[in-house]
Structures are given as C-alpha cells and as structure tokens.
Design a protein around this ligand. Structure first.
Ligand code: PRP
Length: 206
C-alpha cells in the first residue's frame, strides 16, 4: 500500500486528477463528504487529505510515503524529504508587499509580518536589512493596514487580496509552485512504485 498525503482544497483536487490520470484512481474521494482517508485496495493506494502546511510532516515522518507540498512550505520548514518533481501547479510568488505610500528609509528595524519567518529572515539577511519579525497565522494583509507592521512577506497569486486592501508588491522574492515529495526510506523500499507514478505524472506535464 502506498500512502499519499494530499493538500486539502483546490490544489489537492488538481493533484488528485494527476494521480487519477496516472492510473491511481480512488473515485470515493470525489464524493462530497467530510471523510479524510480514501483507499483503493485494488490499486494499492491510500490518500489522506491534510492541511497543506502539514503535508511535509506526514511525509518526513513516514505516515505518508509521498505527498504534494508548496515550495513555500518546503523552504520554510526544511523537511528532510526528497523533492522529486515540480508539478507546475499552484504557481504564485513569495513577495514583500506594503502600503502604496510606504517607503523603507532603512533607518529603524523594518517590521515584517508573515506566516513565513524563516523565508523572510533569509531574504532580509541576504540584503543586509535589520528586521523585526511578527509571526502571524493568516490574513497577513491586515498587519500593515492597522499599523502592526510596515510590510508583509506573503504569497501573491492573483494580486487581488493586495489590491483590495490598498497594498502593492514592493519586491518579488521567489517563485513558488507545488512539488512532489517522498519520504527517504519509502523511496528506498517502494522506489519502483514511486518512480512509476513520478514518470506517469511527468508525461502529463509535457
Ligand atoms: C493566501 C495569501 C494571500 C492570498 C493571495 O492566503 O496569504 O492572502 O492567498 O492570493 P491572491 O493574490 O490571489 O489574492 P490564504 O487564502 O491562504 O489565507 P490566509 O491569508 O488566511 O492564510
């Protein structure tokens, strides 16, 4: 049995479609219910739907053999897993954003609100800017509006959230997309099956 951790939500649906086209269907996953585990005994596959940021935890600890996680999560948490493939899905950018009128004069420590303190710290260390990190868990865009921070480091996909909150991208830090990851020992012991799925998905990316 191959255990697959899928990110719950829209990205997970697209990823599941790729696994289905690779021959690992599990039709019950499409039923609209609150179930989180889906098995196709015949195909030897089990899917778990987990919170996107938890996928690498399941994979690193071997509860899932493989999974799909955003590059943002992989960079932030640095899990000890193999990154086997860029799925070219869930594409967006990690960016610094702030109020249109905000200009960094470089005098005081810059107050940066983010869900990604490691990515933000790495970026500002590289450019030699002193910062004060404010770790939040969501709705990051509010922080500069209410004066909690000067800027945010966050994911920008369509840019709508920024626009509707009168914020703008100041600098794009790096591009993000979904990655196929594998547990290191699963890759050793179930390598043939994992490679077969990777190849079948690669074909779909051409
Ligand atoms: C993400 C991100 C931005 C938004 C960007 O938030 O943190 O808020 O999406 O998308 P856009 O550029 O298409 O508007 P998410 O929906 O994950 O919610 P959260 O902020 O509560 O984490």
């Amino acid at each position: 049995m191959l255990n697959v951790a899928l990110p719950k939500g829209r990205l997970g649906e697209k990823v599941y479609a790729m696994f289905e086209a690779a021959g690992y269907e599990c039709p019950s996953i499409k039923e609209n219910n609150r179930k989180l585990v889906f098995v196709n005994e015949e195909k030897g596959i089990k899917y778990f739907l987990v919170k996107p940021s938890d996928v690498p935890i399941y994979v690193e600890r071997g509860a899932a053999d493989i999974g799909v996680a955003g590059k943002d999560i992989l960079l932030e948490y640095q899990p000890n897993v193999y990154e086997l493939l860029d799925l070219n899905l869930g594409k967006c950018n990690m960016a610094v954003a702030g109020p249109k009128e905000f200009y960094d004069d470089g005098i005081k420590a810059l107050r940066v609100a983010t869900k990604f303190p490691n990515i933000a710290t790495d970026y500002y260390t590289k450019i030699g800017r002193d910062i004060d990190i404010i770790k939040l868990n969501g709705s990051i865009e509010i922080a500069p509006i209410v004066g909690l921070s000067d800027v945010i480091v966050d994911i920008v996909e369509t840019g709508t959230t920024l626009k509707e909150n009168n914020l703008e991208v100041k600098t794009t830090i790096l591009p993000i997309s979904a990655r196929f990851i594998a547990n290191k020992s699963s890759f050793k012991f179930k390598g043939t099956q994992i490679e077969q799925i990777v190849q079948a998905i690669k074909e779909q990316l051409k």
